[in-house]
Design a protein around this ligand. Structure first.
Ligand code: CP
Ligand code: NVA
Length: 305
């Protein structure tokens, strides 16, 4: 049996594959916006969506995306499944593979995603784990390129917590050839493995405690919540993160036309001020929209349609 085309991480696909998905997303979006009759390549296909954590954007955009491609979805929450009563991931993968054409999962430990992919005989898509969020970063690259052209050679600055979204941004920096400057407080660094992988694959990555240093001359400033889902136990005082808040002063160190990105949900007044997130350089709702377009291309790639 051939291995299914899983969408696990940006490091597990080649640059050519990722560029192909991005181009497909751009084409599908353009056709949809032009009101052209769009193809239904996933007619008759069913996507199972497993959520072991909350979601608004991922849940709705995958559901709508599947429908636009002619397919259907089944929403499964961990607590309603036998998975929540300790049926194994491996057995869940084997069973679901007998019913559906692809499985999307949002889970806690990255190992759960990998185990699902190991035992599933249909494609598995990473819709966020404690470690990574590759669908988000595909949407972010699509968004950046729509506004400013190719990301190649650009400087992305990340400030705040070194979390799952940052890990995928680091992987993307190697695949799409842009630089990442990371500013985090001591103790909130990204996992070193992601930094090392990006550097080993040709990316330029700076990790500093100075937000000002990271954002200087940046083309894009990215941040996210200071406390990710499931990380509440390690939440630290806001005073630790306040120097990393994206406000107008911090934005002033970046290029004048630097974009502001946030995967959402945002904690206004914490990691970003209203002035910035509602300001002229913010593209956060384009990012949210582009989850739909990027994921349609990911679904089509996984199902080879
Ligand atoms: N950005 C993102 O993944 O949002 P949700 O948690 O609402 O899916
Ligand atoms: N880092 C955040 C992203 C939410 C989409 C979290 O994991 O909660």
């Amino acid at each position: 049996m051939t291995t299914p085309r899983h969408f696990i991480d940006l490091s597990t696909l080649s640059a050519a594959e990722l560029h192909g998905i991005l181009n497909d997303a751009k084409e599908r979006k353009a056709k949809l916006k032009a009101g052209e009759a769009t193809e239904k390549p996933l007619e008759g296909k069913v996507l199972a969506m497993i959520f072991e954590k909350a979601s608004t954007r991922t849940r709705v955009s995958f559901d709508v995306g599947m429908r636009q491609l002619g397919g259907e979805t089944i929403m499964l929450t961990g607590t309603e499944m036998q998975l929540g009563r300790s049926e194994t991931i491996a057995d869940t993968a084997r069973v679901l593979s007998r019913y559906v054409d692809a499985i999307m999962i949002r889970t806690t430990d990255h190992a759960r995603l990998l185990e699902l992919a190991e035992y599933a005989t249909v494609p598995v898509i990473n819709a966020l784990t404690d470690d990574t969020h590759p669908c988000q970063i595909m949407a972010d690259i699509l968004t950046y390129e729509e506004h400013r052209g190719s990301v190649k050679g650009k400087i992305f600055a990340w400030t705040g917590d070194g979390n799952n979204v940052l890990h995928s941004l680091l992987e993307a920096s190697a695949r799409f050839e842009f630089r990442v400057n990371v500013a985090v407080p001591a103790g909130s660094e990204p996992k070193q493995h992601y930094v090392d992988w990006a550097r080993a694959n040709g990316a330029q990555v700076l990790v500093t405690n100075s937000a000002e240093e990271a954002v200087r001359d940046a083309d894009c400033i990215v941040t996210d919540t200071w406390v990710s889902m499931g990380q509440e136990h390690r939440a630290r005082g806001h005073n630790v993160f306040l120097p990393y808040q994206v406000n107008e002063k911090l934005m002033s160190f970046a290029k004048p036309d630097a974009l502001f990105m946030h995967c959402l949900p945002a904690h206004r007044g914490e990691e970003v001020t209203d002035e910035v997130i509602d300001g002229p350089n913010s593209v956060v709702f384009d990012e949210a929209e582009n989850r739909l377009h990027a994921q349609k291309a990911i679904l089509a790639w996984c199902l080879e349609s």
